[in-house]
Design a protein around this ligand. Structure first.
Ligand SMILES: NC(=O)c1ccc[n+]([C@@H]2O[C@H](COP(=O)([O-])OP(=O)(O)OC[C@H]3O[C@@H](n4cnc5c(N)ncnc54)[C@H](OP(=O)(O)O)[C@@H]3O)[C@@H](O)[C@H]2O)c1
Length: 359
C-alpha cells in the first residue's frame, strides 16, 4: 500500500446531498508528472454551486470534491515537472465531470492537465492569487476572442459588476491599451469599476430603454465598439447591434460567455441557463453570415497566456484583485456558498485553510 496523507475536503455526492467536510486519502508521493500542493486558499465560483444543484444521484459513484480555483505551496514535485518544493502556485483544477476538485487541504495533480497552474507573482498574497484563475482567465479569453489588436479600441462590457467584468475592464485598459471602456452595472458597483478603469458606466437597473440610449449616446461620442463582451446574457442590445458594433471587416465582435441571466443561485432551474430565442437568432444569423458583425461565445479553456498577463499587470501595479469576503475553510464553507448564492457579491468569496500566512 502506498503511503497516503489525510486531507479534509468539501464534498457532495448529488443535488440532494448537502455540502460536507469529508476526510480523503491522497497518495503522499507524486508521480513524475505530478505535484503535491498544500492548499492555502480557494475561491467559490457560481459554477461550483450549479454543478451540485444539477447533479443527479447516479452521476458520481463516490464523493465529488467541489471547486476549481486554488493557491498553495508545492510540498513535493515529480521529476518531470517545472516545480520544486516551496514554490507558491495558483491555478484551476476545475473538473466538472470527475470527482476531483480544489476544495481540499492537499491537491495532487499534473500541472500540464490543469486548466491553469502558474507560480504566484512576487508579492501577491495567496488569497488574491486564488481569486483570479476562473474569472480573470475567462475575462482574458473573452478579449482574446477578438482577432484584431485592441490597442485604442472601444470596448463595451455588459454586466461589468461581476468578477469577470472587473478583470475584463482592467485587462482591456491596462494590458491591451483600449481607449474607451464602457460598462453596464448597478450603482453599487460604480465606484470600484471607475477605479478599475471604466471610462463610462451605464446603470442597467434603470431599464432597457435607458441602457440602450446611453450606449447609443456613447457610440455618438466615441464611435462604434470593436467588441461587446456580454457576461450576463443581456439581450437589451439585440436589434441595435448594427448601430453599436463595427463591421466584421474591422473586427466588430459580440462575445457571449455562456453565463446566466439570473444570478440568484437559490432559485435556479434549467431554464435559467438556457439561451433566449433572441440570442439564438443573433448567434445563427452571424453563423450563417447574415450579420454585419461577428457573434461568438466562449467557455474558459487552458490558456498559456494567462500567467504572463497576470504577472505583467501585477508587477506593474496595474491589477487590483477584488475580494468580497474571506471564510474559514473547515467551519464556514456553508456561509461562503450562501454568500455566492445571493448573486450580489462584489468580488470573490474566499475560503482559507489558515495554516500559513494567506495575506
Ligand atoms: N463561460 C465561462 O467559462 C464562465 C466562467 C466563469 C463564470 N461564468 C459565468 O459568468 C457569470 C459571472 O460570474 P462571476 O463569478 O464573474 O459573477 P459574480 O462575481 O458572482 O457576479 C456578481 C455581480 O453580478 C452583478 N449582477 C447580478 N445580477 C445581474 C444582472 N441581472 N445583470 C447584470 N449584472 C448582474 C452584480 O453587480 P451589479 O450590482 O453591478 O449588478 C453582482 O455584484 C456567471 O453566470 C458564471 O456562471 C462563465
Amino acid at each position: 500500500m502506498p503511503e497516503t496523507i489525510s486531507s479534509r475536503a468539501i464534498t457532495f455526492s448529488n443535488w440532494r446531498d448537502p455540502l460536507k467536510l469529508s476526510t480523503i486519502e491522497i497518495p503522499a508521493s507524486p508521480e513524475e508528472n505530478q505535484v503535491l500542493v498544500k492548499t492555502e486558499a480557494v475561491s467559490v465560483n457560481p459554477i461550483d454551486i450549479i454543478i451540485r444543484l444539477f447533479c443527479p444521484p447516479w452521476f458520481f459513484s463516490s464523493n465529488k470534491i467541489v471547486g476549481g480555483d486554488f493557491s498553495g505551496t508545492v510540498i513535493k514535485a515529480g521529476s518531470k515537472t517545472t516545480y520544486k518544493p516551496s514554490d507558491k502556485v495558483y491555478g484551476s483544477v476545475f473538473n466538472p465531470f470527475g470527482a476531483t476538485g480544489s476544495f481540499s487541504e492537499y491537491l495532487l495533480f499534473d500541472p500540464q492537465e490543469a486548466t491553469f497552474c502558474n507560480k504566484i507573482p512576487e508579492g501577491m498574497p495567496f488569497t488574491k492569487a486564488a481569486a483570479l484563475p476562473v474569472v480573470a482567465g475567462t475575462a482574458l479569453q473573452a478579449l482574446e476572442a477578438h482577432s484584431e489588436p485592441l490597442k485604442d479600441a472601444n470596448v463595451l462590457i455588459l454586466g461589468a459588476g461581476t468578477s469577470i467584468g472587473y478583470y475584463a475592464i482592467q485587462i482591456a485598459k491596462n494590458y491591451y491599451g483600449a481607449k474607451f471602456v464602457a460598462a453596464t452595472c448597478s450603482s453599487k458597483s460604480f465606484e470600484r469599476l471607475i477605479q478599475a478603469g471604466a471610462s463610462k458606466l451605464i446603470d442597467y437597473t434603470k431599464g432597457t430603454t435607458h441602457e440602450v440610449n446611453d450606449i447609443l449616446e456613447a457610440v455618438k461620442g466615441h464611435g462604434k465598439f470593436d467588441v461587446v463582451i456580454d457576461i450576463v446574457r443581456d439581450g437589451s442590445l439585440f436589434g441595435y447591434l448594427d448601430a453599436v458594433l463595427k463591421p466584421k471587416s474591422e473586427g466588430g465582435m459580440f462575445v457571449e460567455i455562456n453565463a446566466m441571466k439570473k444570478m440568484d443561485y437559490n432559485h435556479l432551474n434549467l431554464l435559467s441557463m438556457a439561451p433566449s430565442w433572441t440570442y439564438l437568432y443573433e448567434y445563427y444569423k452571424s453563423w450563417l453570415g447574415f450579420s454585419s458583425f461577428q457573434f461568438t461565445n466562449i467557455s474558459e479553456v487552458k490558456d498559456p497566456q494567462f500567467g504572463g498577463v497576470i504577472e505583467k499587470l501585477w508587477g506593474e501595479g496595474k491589477l487590483d484583485v477584488a475580494i468580497d469576503s474571506v471564510w474559514d475553510f473547515a467551519t464556514e464553507y456553508e456561509k461562503a456558498f450562501e454568500r455566492v448564492s445571493s448573486g450580489k457579491v462584489q468580488g470573490k468569496v474566499m475560503l482559507t485553510t489558515g495554516t500559513s500566512e494567506s495575506e
